[in-house]
Design a protein around this ligand. Structure first.
Ligand code: CTP
Ligand code: MG
Length: 395
């Protein structure tokens, strides 16, 4: 099987981005931009070796960004992108992979399928393959004073992205011979040495961060829609009212629990935690801890919302079904909805409260307690570890 290595280029200064921290180390949803880029390449099953190319001023920023990722010691890049690539390739000489993928460290949202297409073209015999995107707008060439000089045909024109994949030895030879040239990407240097480079489909979301606003644009594209489910039950005991969704409902009984026994907020909290894969209410607020005795369950829901926010997330919709014979929920539906919406800091249109009986069957039918089911739909990042676990109080 052919072997694949990847160069992650991060030796640029990001002058157009214009911040003190170079753009590849800017925070993107809780992680440096370059960490997203390295993760995407190192997660690919065919890529077995990652070689970062960094600027000497960034050694500390890089070691913070690399975290637990399995990548090689970085090498230092040069004055131009071309020089940086050449230095990175020389660092791979002893490894001598069959192919090398060159990827911009400032391009954090490359999908597995884009990498697959590049690799597939190389497997089918191409010496070079790059992802490209067609252009739908009409192209104009301008003169000195922004006046149009000509209209350029957009057919057969693409915007080149990365990762750009090449036969390793051919690209190394081209770089060694083309030192005097100044070319902006690697396919240009291969084209110059007479090799054919194939263009495969790129991806609009594979944005290279260039200007500051690109960071916001990309944060949006990295969010995904996720669903979580929650379920809770509390039994009745003596008392004079119950809490449901944060409001007090008068009754000749109470719900029994370690906290205020708000079965609705408990189910809702678990649904939100479930959507981000972040354990459950009992893990974060153990009943064995007396601190949570009689706690207001709004606190649990606020906690889940904080965790969601740490994943750059937001609540799209929460659908609740309260299961009981008594009390009747309909007269309280709007107030419960508004109360939960207020706690979650969303509009009531994002909260749905339904109720059902179980036709006299089971523990709810016998009036022994109340159950609640919840389904939360959220937009959030899919991260393997929690980005701010140290700064959010839990446990
Ligand atoms: N790059 C590099 N070495 C250089 C110049 C650029 O490794 N001497 C890398 C950048 O870090 C980036 C990629 O090449 O990941 C694409 O370059 P570009 O977007 O132009 O980044 P910068 O050169 O950093 O930005 P600017 O041109 O705005 O200064
Ligand atoms: Mg540049």
């Amino acid at each position: 099987m052919k072997t694949y290595a990847a160069l992650i280029l991060a030796a640029g200064r990001g002058s157009r981005f214009g911040s003190e921290v170079p753009k590849q180390y800017a925070d993107l949803s809780g992680r440096p931009v370059i960490t997203h880029a390295m993760t995407a390449l190192s997660d690919h099953p065919r890529i077995t070796h990652i070689q970062p190319v960094i600027h000497p001023d960034d050694t500390e920023a890089f070691s913070n960004a690399v975290g637990y990722l399995d990548v090689s010691m970085p090498v230092f890049g040069g004055q131009t992108r071309q020089e940086s690539v050449h230095l990175g390739l020389e660092a791979l000489v002893t490894l001598k992979p069959d192919f090398v993928l060159i990827h911009d460290g400032a391009r954090p949202n490359v999908s597995k399928s884009t990498i697959d297409r590049v690799i597939e073209a190389l497997e089918h015999g191409a010496k070079g393959a790059i992802p490209g995107i067609g252009i739908s707008d009409t192209l104009k060439r301008l003169g000195e004073h922004a006046e149009i000089i000509e209209t350029i045909s957009r057919t057969k024109i693409v915007r080149a992205q990365t990762p750009q994949g090449f036969h390793f030895q051919s690209l190394l030879d081209a770089h060694r011979q083309g030192k005097a040239l100044s070319l902006t990407d690697d396919s240009a240097i291969m084209e110059h040495s007479g090799e054919t480079v194939i263009v495969v489909d790129g991806d609009e979301d594979n944005i290279k961060i260039t200007e500051a606003e690109d960071l916001n644009r990309i944060s949006e594209t990295m969010l995904e829609t996720r669903t979580g489910i929650g379920f809770d039950v509390h039994r009745f005991g003596p008392g004079g009212g119950i809490k449901l969704g944060g409001i007090m409902i008068p009754m000749d009984k109470a719900l029994i629990g370690h906290s205020d026994a708000d079965v609705v907020l408990h189910a809702a909290t678990d649904a939100i935690l479930g959507a981000i894969g972040d354990a459950d209410i009992g893990f974060h607020f153990p009943p064995s801890n007396n601190k949570y005795a009689d706690a207001d369950s709004k606190k649990f829901m606020l906690f889940a919302m904080e965790r969601l926010k740490a994943y750059s997330g937001s609540l799209i919709h929460l659908d609740l079904t309260i299961i009981c014979e008594h009390p009747k929920i309909t007269p309280h539906r709007h107030e419960i909805r508004r109360s939960i919406a207020c706690t979650a800091n969303v509009t009531p249109s994002r909260i749905s409260v339904k109720a059902t009986t179980t036709e006299g069957l089971g523990f709810t039918g016998r009036g022994e307690g109340i159950a609640c089911q919840a389904v939360a739909t959220v937009k959030s990042l899919a991260l393997d570890d929690h980005p701010h676990s140290e700064t959010i109080t839990s446990k």
